[in-house]
Design a protein around this ligand. Structure first.
Ligand SMILES: Nc1ncnc2c1ncn2[C@@H]1O[C@H](COP(=O)(O)OP(=O)(O)OP(=O)(O)O)[C@@H](O)[C@H]1O
Ligand SMILES: [Mg+2]
Length: 461
């Protein structure tokens, strides 16, 4: 049941009760007057009520002929409606509503419209008038219910008005929700879909400062990182292929020259085969460096940590490289006091120190010097490898630990470098919890400082 029906029913019930009360009171009052039919008295009482209530009172005799009409228009005519009929036949009061506009019978319409404006709703209440238990007449009380209809229509309009307002508000809220929740989610969803299809350049818009903006910027930084990783992986593969290709093509040229020589020159053959052998060594080195890096990347590198005297290890490597230094006309010296113990993997740290001293010798011209030293500083062992070499330009310094990075591409290949040495060094030092820092002045020299955490006090003493 709708709200408007509920309200209507309440109002009509209220009105029915009021009308019933008035009609009952009048019928009771007129009971004896009907026996002697004191018309002026009945008329006066009925008129008083009709004026006060703005209604109309008819008093019918048992044959439904109007005896008293407060409007004095229907005296002597018959007035039979369903309600009056019910009072006469069944002795029960009844109530009915009539729309004057469609009241079927002419006389009824005339009766009602005389009282109400045309097309108005009218209520008709019929009640028996009794004297000594005998029906002596019927009281018809006609009241106007148009105002109830009008107020109902008014309420209906108000409800409609509020419905429109609420609908508009719902639409506004909906738009707000769409903007702040649904749209960011669908944008994010689109980004994720693009990324899962392999488009790593997918980014989403970051709006505002709510959780969705946080999510969006997390997504953006994730896809940025992935894109970078993808790029550096491609770069790595292309660099690696390039490095492998160079010795291979050199070998091909050497071998083809050998194949087509006629007659065979034993001296040249030996020389070329020596070159081929060198290229194979180079290939071997590149491949094993690459394997080391892949090993580190996949996290498969295991450190065999022991208490290691890093001063002893440094001296050992200096001794090992002394012949190379001599060959290159470089003075190589080492200052190391007593033992300095760090927890470390001997083979890996040996590779670190070898690589850095090897670089220092390689990139220092004849007549230069390379100084190595190790000392304790706080909770760290500090290893310094300083050379008086060519130095590294400032703009190259941040890149020297990158894979395949060489400052002077052409010359380094001659000296046999692939640019993998320092990236391996850095990974090993970091896996020991240490740091490596280069300092360089172009034309003056370079110093690499490696810091490794010392073993705890107990094992040191
Ligand atoms: N002590 C140094 N003085 C000047 N330049 C250096 C020094 N050490 C490294 N570099 C520069 O840094 C680059 C990278 O060094 P890295 O050891 O990674 O590669 P490489 O020596 O060229 O090759 P690899 O060590 O793999 O044989 C070198 O090519 C060189 O240009
Ligand atoms: Mg090197």
């Amino acid at each position: 049941m709708s709200l408007i029906q509920l309200v209507g029913e309440y109002l009509f019930t209220q009105r029915t009760k009021d009308d019933q009360r008035i009609a009952e009171a009048l019928s009771e009052q007129f009971g004896d007057d009907m026996v002697y039919f004191d018309a002026p008295k009945i008329y006066a009482a009925a008129l008083e009520t009709a004026r006060a209530e703005q209604s109309r009172v008819l008093v019918l005799d048992p044959l439904c002929v109007v005896q008293v009409d407060t409007d004095s228009r229907m005296n002597g005519t018959r007035f039979i409606t369903a309600e009056v009929d019910r009072v006469i036949r069944e002795g029960k009061s009844d109530y009915g509503f009539y729309d004057v506009g469609d009241a079927g019978t002419y006389w009824l319409r005339a009766a009602l419209s005389a009282f109400s404006p045309v097309d108005a709703m009218t209520g008709v209440y019929a009640h028996g008038i009794y004297a000594g238990g005998q029906l002596t007449g019927v009281l018809v009380y006609i009241s106007q219910v148009q105002e109830i209809y009008e107020s109902l229509r008014d309420i209906q309009l108000r409800i409609l008005f509020w419905l429109v307002i609420v609908a508009a508000a719902v639409m506004v809220v909906n738009m707000f929700v769409l903007r702040t929740i649904t749209r960011p989610i669908s944008e994010l969803n689109e980004g994720i879909t693009r990324m899962s299809r392999g488009d790593l350049s997918a980014r989403v818009n970051v709006r505002g400062k709510n959780e969705f903006a946080g999510l969006a910027s997390a997504f953006n930084s994730m896809s940025e990182r992935l894109e970078q990783l993808d790029k550096s992986r491609n770069q790595f593969v292309s660099n690696a292929s390039h490095e492998l290709k160079t010795p291979l093509s050199t070998m091909k040229i050497l071998i083809e020259t050998l194949l087509y020589q006629d007659p065979i020159d034993p001296g040249m053959t030996k020389e070329f085969l020596t070159d081929v052998n060198k290229e194979i060594d180079r290939l071997n080195r590149i491949v094993s460096d690459l394997l080391t890096l892949v090993n580190i990347d996949s996290g498969a590198m295991k450190l065999n940590l022991t208490d290691l005297d890093i001063a002893g290890l440094l001296q050992e490597q200096v001794k090992r490289l002394a012949p190379l230094a001599r060959e290159n006309g470089i003075e190589l010296e080492c200052t190391a006091g007593g033992a300095i113990v760090v927890p470390g993997d001997p083979l890996k740290l040996q590779q670190v120190i070898y690589n850095v001293i090897d670089n220092a010798i390689k990139y220092t011209p004849r007549g230069g010097e390379v100084h190595c030293s190790v000392a304790r500083s706080g909770r760290m062992a500090v290893i310094r490898i300083a050379d008086t070499g060519e130095g590294i330009p400032e703009e190259d310094l941040p890149h020297i630990f990158d894979r395949f990075y060489r400052v002077d591409k052409a010359r380094s290949r001659e000296t046999g470098g692939t640019g993998l040495g320092l990236s391996i060094v850095k990974q090993i030092v970091m896996s020991h919890g240490g740091t490596i820092t280069p300092e360089s002045t172009l034309g003056k020299g370079t110093t690499f400082t490696i810091q490794l955490p010392l073993a705890n006090k107990k094992s040191e003493e």
